[in-house]
Design a protein around this ligand. Structure first.
Ligand SMILES: [Zn+2]
Length: 701
């Protein structure tokens, strides 16, 4: 019976292939490259649209076959068949969006603008397909009698909710209304991120008087001089890209220039010009609310949180309020101490402005701990950090990494690796993309070009991408990372491990396809290793002298880790509260100004600034998947602190703990409820005290 099915499936595949051979382009075919990796050298922007159209045509045929199957619906012929449909669509989308984030240009952006609405339409067509829904529903209704394993049950649950949460139970009129809302939301989100990218790229500050560089470390001046030279200018050029902007705010003595750059950065897409995002935000929030109501939820947050580990608004607000209770008094105390310190250096006003805080923090930190980025950076040459990361991963999970230069990438700076486990099995292909360029989004992230699944007994291994924006090597220096950047690199790699070690049957519940407030556990757990002496000694070597980082510096890193932790926590809670304020209520004429006044609790730490806006460049919630979910960063800190406590208790490289984490979390993806997976690893539910203690927020009277 099984064999017969395989033959039929194969025949169908071949038939589809024969029909379409004359139209195929490079993107549509299975890639005949090492490990089936994407042939980036052969793809041109013109390939996307025709390949996608063909892929969608095939996908629709597959869906039709499932919907019109004369056989009675069962788990395999309906749920699994749906899971396995549209593979080419996913593959092409992943390549397109990877390029749009890491190496975009007007032609790629045009593809995204044209293809995104088609993707929305395609997924709406599935979600609103009555016949298909009835088949899924019929399987769902007998779920208790099917004796499915947990993973299959999770797939069924996800498949069923994919329909009901997208309006399968609505009348025809309301379905049409929902379709319109979804399409408009998709357009708005793309325009939001394009506006932020434009505003980031369009600004630069050209400095010609060397006096204005006072306070800046040599590496910052060198990078600014190189940027000016590249733009055909004399002097120094500063931009709003993190490696240029952040050190300027930390070190520049010139307060007026700090203010100018700060305002430029924090009024991105808020200036009322063509890149303004205010109207886009208000429309987005209104439409999200309407969508939630249409589907029977009170607000957008109710709709979103249904699928989370923290699954009600009350749990989220209680959690944020609870942490705020500890963090706010600490933050106010820190600001008072910082202001008093600034006054000893001649600061003339009563309160520090937002463009002063980082600058004086840096000086106070240096005085208190005699430590700063400049002292530490020579120990963190990118190549050394990567080798350290590989060694940590090897000791924990037995993985090895080998560069493979035959694998094509999207830019010459990107390096591809084969990742093998202790038995020699190929676990993944991993790409590292670490330097900024125009056309690459700011920030750091993890994504896949191919996820992991098993089909007809054949296992597909993942192709995983890590992207960061670290300083590029200059003529005189290699790429040297700040300590924060080292943590960022480990963080993204933690996400990559979640994808690379995935061991599931279905891609929809494999790897990082988990609840949003669970997805940061593996990434944040990896950050913990960076502060451990044993780990730093493995890779932190001075790039010129080869000297291993001295104990004294390691102790200072540890002592200084909680410096200004109260302020940092308040900032993060503020972002969580802004997000909830947009999404946990009726919009009722809310504007960027009113929301930020009410929700941004960092206002309690600084004087008010006219025109300052967090929301207009808050891509996480308006162009990413974090709406009604920003709280999850802090939430995951509770999980990772609690998880790492076990590593510390048993020894950070303890094989049993690492194996328990791998077997119950990393390899499991979304194949079970997050709380269940966590309890299997930890032996109990998570507790907040490890996080509060680690951050120095538990002040004992
Ligand atoms: Zn992350």
């Amino acid at each position: 019976m099984k064999l017969f099915l395989i033959v039929i499936t194969l025949a169908l595949h071949l038939a589809t292939f024969a029909q379409t051979t004359e139209k195929v382009n490079i993107l549509y075919k299975e890639f005949s490259t090492p490990f089936g990796t994407v042939p980036f050298d052969k793809i041109s922007p013109e390939d996307f649209m025709p390949a996608m159209q063909q892929a969608m045509k095939d996908g629709r045929l597959e869906i039709e076959k499932i919907s019109n199957n004369p056989a009675k619906p069962n788990f395999n012929n309906t749920v699994v068949a749906l899971e396995q449909s549209g593979r080419a669509i996913t593959r092409i989308s992943k390549i397109l969006f990877n390029l749009n984030s890491a190496e975009t240009n007007p032609a790629i952006q045009k593809n995204v603008r044209e293809i995104s609405p088609l993707l929305t339409e395609y997924s709406n067509d599935i979600a609103l397909n009555e016949k298909l829904f009835l088949r899924i529903k019929s399987v769902w209704n007998k779920k208790d009698r099917l004796k499915l394993d947990t993973e299959s049950y999770m797939l069924l649950d996800k498949s069923y909710k994919r329909f009901t949460r997208n309006g399968a139970n609505l009348t025809k009129d309301k379905k049409d209304q929902l379709r319109g809302i979804n399409k408009e939301l998709s357009d708005l989100s793309i325009r939001f991120s394009e506006n932020v990218l434009n505003e980031t790229n369009e600004y630069s500050k050209h400095i010609t008087d060397e006096k204005d560089l006072s306070g800046l470390p040599v590496f910052v001046k060198e990078a600014a001089s190189a940027a000016a030279k590249k733009a055909g200018k004399i002097g120094w050029l500063f931009t709003l890209q993190a490696p240029s902007y952040s050190p300027f705010m930390q070190y520049a003595d010139n307060r007026d220039l700090r203010k100018e750059l700060f305002i430029a950065f924090n009024t991105r897409s808020a200036k009322g010009n063509k890149n303004d995002n205010k109207a886009i935000i208000e429309r987005t929030v209104q439409l999200r609310f309407e969508k939630a109501q249409l589907l029977g939820y009170d607000t957008w947050a109710d709709y979103i949180l249904e699928e989370r580990m923290a699954n009600t608004k009350k749990i989220v607000y209680d959690f944020l309020d609870d942490v705020k209770k500890y963090a706010e008094p600490v933050a106010l105390k820190e600001m008072a101490e910082l202001t008093a310190y600034a006054k000893t250096l001649g600061f003339p006003e009563d309160s520090l402005q937002r463009w002063d805080a980082t600058y004086y923090s840096e000086k106070l930190k240096k005085e208190k701990f005699a430590i700063n980025d400049e002292i530490l950076k020579p120990y963190f040459k990118l190549e050394n950090v990567l080798n350290g990361l590989f060694e940590v991963t090897n000791r924990l999970y037995g993985l090895t990494f080998n560069k493979n230069s035959t694998i094509k990438t999207w830019h010459e700076d990107v390096v591809a690796y084969e990742v093998h486990d202790a038995t020699g099995k190929l676990m993944a292909i991993w790409y590292g993309d670490y330097f900024p360029r125009p056309g690459k989004r700011a920030g750091a992230w993890n994504n896949t070009l191919q996820s992991q699944w098993v089909e007809n007994g054949k296992e597909v291994r993942p192709h995983v991408v890590n992207v960061c924006n670290f300083s590029k090597p200059t003529e005189t220096k290699p790429s040297l990372l700040t300590f924060f950047e080292v943590e960022t690199l480990f963080h993204e790699f933690g996400h990559a491990l979640h994808d690379m070690l995935a061991q599931g049957k279905y891609s929809s519940v494999s790897g990082t396809s988990v609840a949003w407030d669970f997805v940061e556990l593996p990434s944040q757990l990896m950050e913990n290793f960076v502060s451990e002496k044993e780990v730093l000694k493995m890779f932190a070597k001075h790039y010129e002298t080869g000297e291993i980082i001295p104990d004294e510096l390691i102790n200072k890193i540890k002592e200084s880790a909680n410096f200004m932790a109260g302020v940092g926590t308040v900032r993060q809670l503020g972002l969580g509260l802004i997000d909830m304020s947009w999404h946990a209520n009726k919009p009722m004429g809310k504007t960027v100004t009113t929301v930020e006044k009410e929700a941004d609790i960092t206002h309690r730490l600084y004087p008010e600034i006219e025109g300052f806006s967090v929301s207009t460049a808050f891509s996480h919630i308006f162009a990413g998947g974090y709406s009604a979910g920003y709280y999850s960063y802090k939430w995951s800190e509770v999980l990772d602190a609690d998880a790492f406590d076990l590593f510390k208790e048993k020894g950070i490289f303890n094989k049993d703990v690492a194996l328990a984490f791998r077997n119950n979390v990393l390899s499991k993806g979304g194949s079970d409820k997050p709380m269940e997976l966590y309890k299997k690893f930890r032996g109990r539910e998570p507790r907040t005290d490890a996080m509060l203690k680690r951050s120095g927020l538990l002040i004992t009277p």
